[in-house]
Design a protein around this ligand. Structure first.
Ligand SMILES: [Ca+2]
Ligand SMILES: [Ca+2]
Length: 137
């Protein structure tokens, strides 16, 4: 984990760089697909859903939640990824939903840079690394 400063422009630029974005989607998908069958089951997605940190506030305070409620939220998040509701998430679904979530996050951030704790391998960390690998222009 590391603390990074990022702004919505970094996220938008990363998404718009089709090639870089596709590579990171494929990488991340392959990491989650532990049985290598090319699709993500609920169990395989769970790790990703947990990393979305839906229960943390902006101040990093853990919100106490009832386990039933947590399971319900994961179910509904999984349903967002599983667009054709066949019980698994394929690469296209994963890409479409990840992109949409990142756009929503970027829109929510506005124009001011935000300091965030990012996990290694998360998409936001990838976006930051991607930007810092670019020469200034
Ligand atoms: Ca799988
Ligand atoms: Ca599906």
């Amino acid at each position: 984990m590391s603390v990074e400063v990022l702004d919505s422009a970094t996220i938008f630029k990363f998404i718009e760089d089709e090639e870089a974005f596709n590579v990171s989607i494929r990488d991340h998908f392959a990491l989650l697909d532990t049985d290598n069958d090319g699709i993500l089951s609920y169990a395989e997605m769970l790790k990703e859903l947990q990393s979305l940190r839906v229960f943390e506030t902006h101040f990093g305070v853990d919100v106490k939640t009832d386990p039933n409620e947590v399971a319900h939220v994961y179910d509904s998040l999984f349903g967002q990824f599983d667009r054709n509701s066949n019980g698994t998430v394929d690469l296209e679904e994963f890409k479409a939903e990840t992109k949409q979530m990142m756009v929503a996050m970027a829109n929510g951030m506005g124009f001011l840079p935000v300091q965030m704790v990012l996990e290694e391998g998360s998409f936001l960390k990838r976006a930051v690394d991607w930007e810092s690998s670019k020469p200034y222009y």
